[in-house]
Design a protein around this ligand. Structure first.
Ligand SMILES: C[S@@+](CC[C@H](N)C(=O)[O-])C[C@H]1O[C@@H](n2cnc3c(N)ncnc32)[C@H](O)[C@@H]1O
Length: 215
């Protein structure tokens, strides 16, 4: 079982003694790891597609975790049992993640751990608008930069900068990410001709420069 650094980092953020729902589990590596590390007593490995769920069943069997990691065919939260109290949604784009989050059953969870492959700024906006606070952010680099958000119920106020960069997790990896974004944006600006688009990217560049100066 070769587990990515991204999945290992997500697992580390799972709170102790929870009942996990891993939505879009694919091979259920996260569920198996969380059980093996004693993070949760039970884990629901959920996926909308039969193929990934078959992968999950095989991995569960190989690790002798039947009845502890429970595979469930579920579109989003639809078939998630009501005793699950921590929800992980990882490795998918923001629009898919948003469609999963927009379900009344989300309220049964005290903690969400989210890793969107796109539009993290939009994800932060959705969370704040829907009365979730982001208690922790962790950026990792594994081919791409990924941000993992840990969320609990509550209210918070965010500035434009906060939505863009998050309020926490501003470590060395985050600094590398800013440098990467800065280089990308500079090369985009060099190719642009439309003045309003250039202005938009220059504003973004200013925000990145300002953030980098805080290190
Ligand atoms: C790229 S894999 C990510 C697997 C794992 N969560 C990870 O982070 O590596 C995305 C998985 O999400 C599943 N998926 C996509 N939309 C879903 C939905 N609405 N409900 C449940 N699972 C979904 C897909 O079938 C696929 O197995």
């Amino acid at each position: 079982m070769r587990i990515s650094k991204r999945i290992q980092e997500i697992e580390q953020l799972i709170p102790q003694n929870c009942i996990l729902a891993d939505i879009g589990c694919d091979h259920a590596y996260l569920d198996v790891l969380a059980i093996q590390h004693g993070k949760c007593k039970k884990s629901y490995a959920c996926d909308v597609a039969k193929g990934p769920l078959e992968n999950a069943k095989r991995v569960i069997n190989e690790n002798h975790l039947n009845n502890i990691v429970i595979p469930i065919l579920s579109c989003g939260l639809e078939n998630v049992p009501s005793d699950a109290n921590v929800c992980v949604i990882a490795g998918m784009g923001f629009e898919t993640m948003k469609s999963i989050l927009e379900n009344k059953k989300l309220q049964q969870f005290h903690t969400l751990i989210l890793q969107s492959n796109s539009d993290v700024m939009e994800l932060r906006k959705w969370l704040i608008a829907n009365h979730w606070i982001i208690t922790q952010e962790k950026m990792i680099h594994e081919g791409h930069f990924y941000v993992i958000l840990v969320c609990e119920k509550g209210t918070d106020t965010y500035t434009e900068e906060d939505y863009l960069f998050g309020k926490s997790g501003h470590d060395e990896v985050f600094h590398d990410y800013l440098l990467f974004r800065k280089n990308r944006i500079e090369s985009i600006i060099n190719q642009l001709k439309d003045p309003s688009s250039i202005q938009e990217f220059k504003h973004l560049l200013e925000l990145i420069d300002k953030k980098m100066k805080q290190f």
